[in-house]
Design a protein around this ligand. Structure first.
Ligand code: ATP
Length: 246
């Protein structure tokens, strides 16, 4: 799915400075992009605009030819989008494996609903849930209730849930926060292996950012870097705005 922003601005009520300030950006279909930038620079707001959760004040946003401001088009965008949210939003009281399959519910028939109500994974997803859970190292916890998992384990359940329906667009907001280096690497691998899928990931971890072919950085709601290689000087400039370029 292509994401096209032109002059997009968002100012939240009771805020003086905009969260997004005249952002123009094209993310091509199947491109893998990382969003960097200091805390509060607008990364999550950009993702929330794509999901129709924040309405821009001005500018245009087109997602795969669709307008998130139109309810029917927004439904189509959301149907095709897998999301990993900060502080994820798993359903307590349900097992990890049940949470992991929730993103596929629009396609469930009676038999699948019956399996889920019995706490099982619908038969046609068993193999893939197991493979994704293996890749993320959470297979031993699949039958546990999510509230009994650690933050990092829950984060990985949320990633499996986002990827399982094979969406055309993956939006992952700090998917590796709280993960140790090995599990963070497994999460990055799963995202980078999503061939043909548009992947947009936010992170504060430069070593993770550098594993993506395109890095876009925001500072104070504006794009301040867009490139394929991020030098230490670029990173310093993004986070501190201190580098004076010739
Ligand atoms: N619902 C809201 N109401 C008011 N202000 C908001 C709201 N959501 C975000 N903001 C403000 O908009 C700015 C951008 O926030 P955003 O969450 O997009 O930043 P971010 O780059 O994702 O930060 P972080 O790296 O900390 O997650 C911040 O100043 C934030 O306080």
């Amino acid at each position: 799915m292509q994401i096209r922003l032109a002059g997009l601005s968002v100012t939240f009520p009771d805020r003086e400075s905009p969260a997004l300030d005249d952002v123009s950006l094209v993310i091509e279909n199947a491109e893998h992009v990382v969003l960097l930038g200091p805390s509060g620079s607008g990364k999550t707001t950009l993702m929330r605009c794509v999901l129709g959760a924040v309405k821009p004040d001005s500018g245009t946003l087109v997602v795969d030819g669709m307008d998130p401001a139109k309810p029917s088009e927004l439904r189509a965008i959301r149907r095709n989008t897998g999301v990993v949210r900060q502080g994820n939003d798993l359903v307590h009281g349900l097992r990890a494996q049940t949470n992991a399959v929730l993103g596929t519910s629009p396609s469930w028939g009676l038999r699948e609903w019956a399996a889920v109500l019995r706490g099982r994974v619908p038969a046609r997803y068993v193999e893939r849930v197991d493979a994704l859970a293996d890749a993320q190292g959470i297979r031993p916890f699949l039958k546990s209730q999510v509230e009994h998992l650690s933050g990092g384990q829950r984060q990985r359940v949320a990633l499996v849930r986002a990827v399982l329906p094979e969406p055309k667009l993956l939006l992952a907001d700090e998917p590796t926060s709280g993960l140790d280096p090995t599990t963070a690497q497994a999460a990055v691998r799963t995202l980078r292996e999503a061939d043909g899928v548009t992947v947009v990931v936010t992170t504060h971890d430069l070593s993770i950012a550098r594993q993506f072919p395109r890095i876009v950085a925001l500072r104070d709601g504006r794009v301040c870097f867009d490139g394929h290689e991020l030098s230490d000087e670029d990173a310093q400039d993004i986070y501190e705005g201190t580098v004076v370029r010739p």
